[in-house]
Design a protein around this ligand. Structure first.
Ligand SMILES: Cc1cc2nc3c(=O)[nH]c(=O)nc-3n(C[C@H](O)[C@H](O)[C@H](O)COP(=O)(O)OP(=O)(O)OC[C@H]3O[C@@H](n4cnc5c(N)ncnc54)[C@H](O)[C@@H]3O)c2cc1C
Length: 534
């Protein structure tokens, strides 16, 4: 069987991740299943703002065959162990963590039930994970000498996404991926409705069996050529812009590198703070219906303080939602062309990586691709809806009433029906693994998903917990102090003090001895430069 020709159009982090992953996953042990080429425009800019990842990145790097330390050095990466949410509940300086690791009690894990019945004097996540405190102490997730901390502290990375794309480009070219630096100007169709070839500015005509649309928000193949629609999700996620800025450490080094992402709620959205090895990336994700560009710029600078003076800011517009069919005919949208959910839980790169993994798994042997496309589309759509619910929950549990934006996001029509059903059910018991087993909750709406038009496919999008299970839901629910009034009523005024297990206390006690400060690890292991504290 001859290798299938795959042409990826677009050289952002989605396009190059797809090239590197598919090349590694499909062409193994001397077998060539796919001839991979990537066409990227020297003129159309890449997005390059997304810099926080989630732990699935480790799987991607390992399949591609990338050494962690070399990767960290090349893309200015730092460790990410959690997201720290500030001012989401009441705007009084309160915060909570959504860390990547959590302990489970054995043989039955009643941690959340116990916490709900206690006086809640210790935040929930600190009773089940050492990672919030390890983050607050500013420690790396692993020792310099490789000594084990016991259970691994799961981590992801903050990184420079443009450098990541450049790094994957070099890596892929060395392993046989063809690179065209040229601007696509036309798309030729075959009689069967599939794409036959693309034509470039310099007159090149490139044929392929499969075309991957990684042209970002412009979605040149899937939308502009094939006319596949977009399901808009702005009813539930109202932010549509980000004002972004980099604060180089040469300009202002706070004296530490946080091992987590911060997401601080402002008047009409929230600001990310992402520490790299040479700078901090900031981005005020906001809703243009509630604040204009100038006000957002002012608020971001006020948040950062006087050292933001004179630093340039950039505005990035986005729309939240998903492609109605990410795979149509012989075209598969990967990356922003396939959809985008705002970056509160850093899911942009994850979704493009998932699409690459799913494409490798559903890679056609030959001929008819309709069944593969239908399954691929269903899996991708499910995951988008799962992410939509989860991000939606961060907003709708707020008790802030200080600005029109925060009053709006908690209105019932801003909460997805699926999330409403989950929250209603979890009033009866804490979330648990089995809730996701048959993927259906009482009260779920019947909303058919157009996932390929096969007869019999009338199921709602389902929550497979493929990305976030009950433990992540609990981090947000209890971080937002959900059901506190109800628990006081159910369990009475004199509830027992919250307990933390001996195991956790001991682990935490040993952490400062075993784990170095994050910046010390970065300097020692991956050559981060030394900066003078501001
Ligand atoms: C505000 C914001 C914050 C984000 N934060 C995060 C985050 O923290 N974590 C995360 O994981 N993700 C985040 N993301 C998502 C992340 O940025 C994207 O998933 C990632 O950059 C992939 O983008 P892309 O490659 O699909 O598109 P792009 O980076 O836009 O690349 C498009 C490519 O298409 C090429 N192209 C366009 N037209 C043509 C043409 N005619 N011919 C040839 N080539 C063409 C361009 O040259 C470019 O190479 C964020 C996104 C936004 C908008």
């Amino acid at each position: 069987m001859s290798a299938k020709r795959v042409l990826i159009v677009g050289g952002g982090s989605a396009g190059w991740s797809a090239a590197a992953y598919l090349n590694a996953a499909l062409n193994r042990d001397g077998e060539r299943t796919a001839e991979i080429a990537l066409l990227e425009s020297p003129d159309a800019p890449r997005i390059g703002v997304g810099e926080a990842t989630i732990p699935n990145i480790n799987h991607i790097l390992s399949v591609i065959g990338i050494d962690e330390r070399e990767f960290m050095t090349t893309v200015d990466a730092t460790f990410k162990q959690s997201i720290r949410y500030v001012n989401w509940l009441e705007n009084r300086g309160e915060f909570y963590h959504h860390p990547f690791s959590r302990y489970r009690r054995s043989p039955v894990d009643n941690s959340s039930r116990d916490w709900l019945m206690s006086d809640r004097s210790i935040p929930f996540m600190e009773t089940v994970s050492v990672q919030p405190m390890i983050c607050e102490l500013g420690l790396a997730p692993k020792a310099l000498n490789g000594a084990s901390f016991g259970e691994p502290l799961v981590y992801a990375f903050h990184m420079n996404a443009l450098r990541f794309a450049d790094y994957l480009c070099e890596h892929s070219k060395e392993r046989g991926v063809t690179h065209y630096l040229d601007h696509m100007v036309d798309v030729e169709m075959a009689d069967n409705g599939h794409i036959a070839a693309v034509v470039t500015q310099t007159g090149l005509r490139i044929e392929a069996d499969l075309f991957i649309d990684s042209t970002g928000f412009s979605a040149l193949l899937i939308e502009k050529k094939l006319g596949v629609g977009f399901t808009d999700c702005s009813q539930w996620l109202m932010c549509d812009r980000a004002t972004t800025m980099h604060v180089p450490y040469e300009h202002h080094y706070p004296g530490y590198v946080r091992p987590y992402t911060s997401a601080t709620a402002l008047s009409a959205g929230w600001v990310w703070e992402i520490p790299l090895q040479n700078a901090r990336s900031l981005g005020y994700v906001h809703s243009s219906a509630f604040i204009d560009d100038e006000q957002a710029d002012r608020e971001l600078r006020l948040f950062e303080g006087s050292h933001a003076d004179g630093l340039p800011a950039r505005i990035v517009q986005f729309r939240v939602g998903l492609r109605q069919k990410a795979w149509a005919g012989n075209c598969i949208a990967i990356g922003l062309a396939g959809g985008f959910i705002e970056p509160l839980e850093s899911t942009g790169l994850y979704l493009s990586h998932l699409a690459s993994v799913m494409l490798a798994e559903h890679f056609p042997y030959d001929g008819d691709m309709a069944a593969l496309a239908m399954r691929f589309n269903r899996i991708m759509a499910n995951r988008y809806y799962e992410i939509l619910d989860f991000i939606n929950m961060h907003y709708c549990l707020t008790r802030r009433t200080d600005t029109p934006f925060w009053r709006e996001v908690q209105r019932p029509e801003r909460i997805t029906d699926r999330l409403k059903a989950k929250l209603e059910y979890w009033r009866t018991k804490p979330p648990s693994r089995s809730d996701f087993e048959d993927q259906f909750f009482p009260g779920f709406p019947d909303c058919p998903l157009a996932s390929g038009g096969l007869p019999g496919d009338h199921r709602s999008p389902v929550d497979t917990a493929g990305l976030w299970g009950h433990e992540s839901y609990e981090a947000i629910l209890y971080g937002m102090n959900w059901l506190d009034a109800e628990c006081a009523e159910w369990f009475g005024a004199s509830r027992p003090p919250t307990r933390v297990s001996r195991h956790l206390v001991d682990k935490l006690g040993s952490a400062p001895r075993m784990l170095p400060p994050h910046d010390a690890w970065l300097k020692h292991a991956v050559g981060m430069a030394a900066y003078a504290r501001a």
